[in-house]
Write a protein that binds this ligand. Structure first.
Ligand code: ACM
Ligand code: ZN
Length: 765
């Protein structure tokens, strides 16, 4: 009896003083937690130099947050027993946006060189406090922090054209950015399917270009084109007054808004409003989605009044937005209309330009000159490199990093935003159990591991990388809740990738800190993805033997797997080390948390052992550099593709796949097969037929069989094994020809355009 009481007596005080662990995202440069807490209560005042307007604004930002979560009103500059102080001072080691944060039981002191640093110090404090109004004590753990960002461009993009989001939601989005010290909001304001910014000189841009026939219930690529007379009820735009208000809101949070006005492509909405902007000058209706036939989406370069128009638009944009950078798009310009336009061709001849790429470069350079004349900098997507980069342009690299690398080597500034892993419209977890997305697969861990400085730029070119940004295109993202879901938690991983020094980054620590943010999201009813519950199965060769490594992104989880085709349970083998692969098999793996299986479907990966594994493949037509799978011999690596397009498939664009394999010596064989993928929406179609041939000398081939395709062309997703079975024969060389379609089938959004062939493995036995 007595002993229990004794334990209780010593245990209780330990519990009440147990210190809350500090879970700040992004992880600060240096953080030391000390004993004790600072309690924010009615005996707390704010201290700062009231003559400094920027500090007064910052203090208001702090007190309104505290008031929001507690109801406490913090007085300024009067004596109380405890205080929170904001100090501007010259501290060289923390730069423009850094801060020092010192929390003791009697004071919180935030020191910085600028108001931005003060705000970031506050954000770190807020992350230790409750996220919503409660009666909880406002307890800030004592700590000493020195912190500053690794990159100066820490961006998030939002496409408000494909679907429109209200001014209130845009503010919520900016708030989310600011909470994690992201400082650029790239506002994609104009595109084919909507013009969203009021331009006083050209009111039809919004009265016509901001509205379309409502086809929201249909998938983007399936939406029928508008027909004259149908009501145009979907849309919206931001008035200049609303924009000013949002810019001010962002400024208070140290977020710069970079507006994007797309040109010369992605301009169908502007052309619907003012048809003279296109080469054909034909009237057209606003687009409803991703189907476009006989719609102009490109501005005419050969018409001077188009430049006058765009410059007038840009003048209003520049007057509104204080941003140093103005984004002019520049991506995905279909140059067909320029080829057929007398005005564009006359200009090309007059300027002595070689091709339409140079015409595009002329357009961009002329716009840059205008922007520079207004004392701003132009930024555009990496296509602006084509035909010659404008002299002072900053490049946003989205088609991988290669455009960014090329631009940096030309001494131009770059923002990295490669599709993998920074397109947040891509899936973040198993597509089988996720809301429909545009495709791709960019998990939280992939984003966390992203380093904006590619290997190729180390040793002198690093300084041209301003930072990185994630993009959120909204073709498939129709609601604010879905925006939250796609951005959270991946934005937090990006925040750490662009803020925290490499030496302080640690995935396990991030994942642990993230759990606190998940609780906050839950309390604030913010939608977020609870994680990628698909185990990652990675083949690897060690000492000439094939292994499968398994990985889970889920905090404190376990992996169970089978190799006999059965669905794993928690009674199956628990993963502890790479699994050796010695025979043809399918490995299936699931993730469990606290003994409960979390994966709706097991991850699975098939492996084959056959006579072709490890053998060299020679292609008559080259493999697309975008779809190299795991290297040049992907068709003979023993690893099968999955319905996930990005993984283990070799892609060929519009050409036949002709692969010749040298088995190294004569072998007795009786079956050859090749696996192909159909992914209709991604323009990947089955070949028309596959021909299998064998040879003794690699020169004279004998056909053993041709297998015709039997997968219907409108089947959305299919994997087919084209297999030749024949009476056993000796051969050293195998040639497989997969015949490409003559073009995408009738009714396909890309009808008549080249189709892709995707193949994963050639199996020989
Ligand atoms: C882009 O994704 N077209 C920049
Ligand atoms: Zn033209």
């Amino acid at each position: 009896m007595k002993r229990i009481l004794f334990y209780l007596l010593i245990a209780l005080p330990l519990f009440t003083t147990a210190q809350q662990k500090i879970n700040i995202i992004p992880q600060p440069v240096s953080l030391q937690q000390n004993e004790g807490d600072f309690i924010i209560d009615n005996n707390t005042s704010l201290q700062y130099n009231p003559a400094d307007k920027s500090l007064q604004d910052a203090a208001n930002f702090f007190s309104s947050y505290i008031n929001h979560i507690s109801g406490i009103e913090l007085p300024s500059n009067i004596h109380k027993s405890k205080f929170v102080e904001f100090r501007l001072s010259k501290t060289t080691e923390i730069g423009d946006e850094g801060y020092l944060l010192n929390v003791s039981p009697s004071s919180i002191i935030i020191t910085a060189n600028t108001r931005a640093g003060i705000i970031y110090g506050m954000q770190s404090v807020f992350q230790t406090l409750p996220a919503i109004r409660t009666n909880a004590v406002l307890q800030v753990p004592c700590m000493q922090v020195k912190d500053y960002p690794r990159f100066k461009w820490r961006g998030m993009h939002l496409d408000v054209c494909r679907h429109f989001f209200s001014p209130d939601f845009v503010k919520e989005y900016i708030d989310l950015l600011a909470s994690y010290k992201m400082n650029v909001f790239h506002w994609h304001l104009t595109d084919d399917q909507g013009w969203r910014i009021e331009i006083k000189k050209y009111p039809k841009l919004t009265s016509v270009g901001a509205w379309r026939v409502d086809e929201t219930s249909k998938i983007w690529g399936d939406r029928p084109q508008a027909v004259a007379g149908e009501p145009e009820t979907y849309g919206g735009y931001y008035t200049q007054q609303q924009i000013k208000d949002i810019i001010q809101y962002a400024k208070e949070r140290n977020v710069t808004i970079v507006p994007e006005i797309e040109m010369p492509g992605h301009s169908a909405a502007a052309i619907a409003a003012y048809p003279f902007l296109s080469c054909s000058q034909k009237p057209q209706l606003p687009m409803t989605g991703g189907n476009y036939k006989d719609v102009s989406s490109v501005l005419c370069v050969g018409n001077d009044s188009v430049f006058t128009f765009m410059e007038n638009v840009l003048s209003e944009v520049i007057n509104l937005f204080p941003s140093e950078y103005i984004h002019i798009g520049g991506d995905e310009v279909d140059k067909t209309s320029w080829k057929n336009c007398p005005k564009c061709q006359a200009l090309k001849t007059k300027l002595g330009l070689k091709d339409e790429e140079e015409l595009q470069s002329y357009f961009i350079k002329r716009i840059e000159k205008f922007i520079v004349s207004k004392h701003r900098k132009m930024i555009g997507w990496d296509e602006i490199l084509e035909g010659g980069l404008a002299p002072e342009a900053t490049v946003m690299s989205w088609r991988g990093e290669s455009g960014g690398i090329a631009a940096a080597k030309m001494h131009h500034d770059v923002v990295m935003t490669p599709g993998t892993p920074l397109y947040f419209d891509h899936y973040q977890a198993n597509p089988a159990s996720e809301p429909l997305a545009i495709g791709g697969f960019n998990t939280l861990k992939m984003v966390y591991d992203y380093n904006p400085i590619p290997q190729q730029l180390q040793g002198g070119y690093e300084k041209y990388i301003l930072g990185a940004q994630a993009n959120l295109w909204t073709e498939y993202i129709t609601t604010p809740e879905y925006v939250e879901y796609m951005v959270l938690p991946r934005m937090l991983a990006l925040a750490e990738a662009v803020w925290t020094p490499l030496s302080e980054k640690n995935w396990d620590s991030f994942n642990e800190r993230l759990q606190t943010q998940f609780k906050d999201f839950g309390q604030r009813s913010i939608n977020y993805c609870k994680g990628n519950f698909r185990a990652d199965i990675k083949p690897s060769i060690q000492n000439g033997k094939l292994f499968a490594s398994l990985f889970s992104e889920i905090y404190q989880s376990e992996i169970y797997y089978t190799t006999n085709g059965e669905t794993p349970t928690i009674q199956s083998e628990k993963y502890t080390a790479p699994v050796p692969i010695d025979s043809t098999l399918t490995l299936k793996a699931v993730i469990a948390v606290d003994g409960e299986i979390m994966s709706k479907m097991p991850a699975q990966q098939s492996f084959v052992m056959d006579k072709a594994v490890g053998k060299n493949v020679v292609y008559t037509n080259p493999v697309s550099p975008y779809y190299m799978a795991d290297g040049p011999n992907s068709l003979t690596d023993g690893v099968r593709g999955t319905v996930n397009v990005g993984k283990y498939w070799h892609g060929f664009a519009g050409k036949d796949l002709i692969a010749t394999i040298d088995l190294g010596q004569e072998e007795n064989i009786h079956t050859i097969s090749i696996g192909c993928l159909q992914h209709y929406r991604d323009w990947i179609m089955m070949p028309q037929w596959v021909k299998f041939e064998i040879s003794d000398d690699g020169k004279n081939f004998t056909e053993v069989q041709t297998i015709n395709n039997d997968i219907p062309q409108n089947e959305m997703t299919a994997i087919k094994e084209f297999t030749a079975n024949f009476s056993a024969r000796n051969a050293r060389y195998i040639r497989v020809t997969a015949k490409a379609l003559d073009g995408l089938p009738k009714g396909h959004p890309g009808e008549g355009q080249p189709a892709w062939i995707f193949a994963d493995e050639i199996v020989v036995n």
